[in-house]
Ligand binder design. Sequence first.
Ligand SMILES: [Zn+2]
Ligand SMILES: [Zn+2]
Length: 121
Amino acid sequence: MGKKTTPKSVTVNKADQTMEIVWADGHESVYGLEGLRKNCPCVICKGGHESMSTAADRSLFLQEPDRYWEINDLKQVGNHALQIFWSDGHSNGMYRWDHLRAMCPCKECYPPEVREAELTH
Ligand SMILES: [Zn+2]
Ligand SMILES: [Zn+2]
């Protein structure tokens, strides 16, 4: 595993409704909980096996959340993924570290130009 996809720490900040990952290469990713929940990679949320390979929708991180989310628990799955136990009882999603890094919504990883390009697709 490369440094880019190796997490050094994962912190959930309930008050801010965010989960922050600091990566081994020093990069920090801050994910809004609702965007993260809506990007759940499990087969139920993705709507069937044929959609499993579709990329995360990072624009979800830029929307105003319409509810309050809590994370009850986090579990490391092997060394490749993170399982999130949501307050709505859902816990099927295995968020792969490389996917999480790829969906980093920071301005550096997800500049407005890229967002525009994705939205016009
Ligand atoms: Zn799911
Ligand atoms: Zn980033």
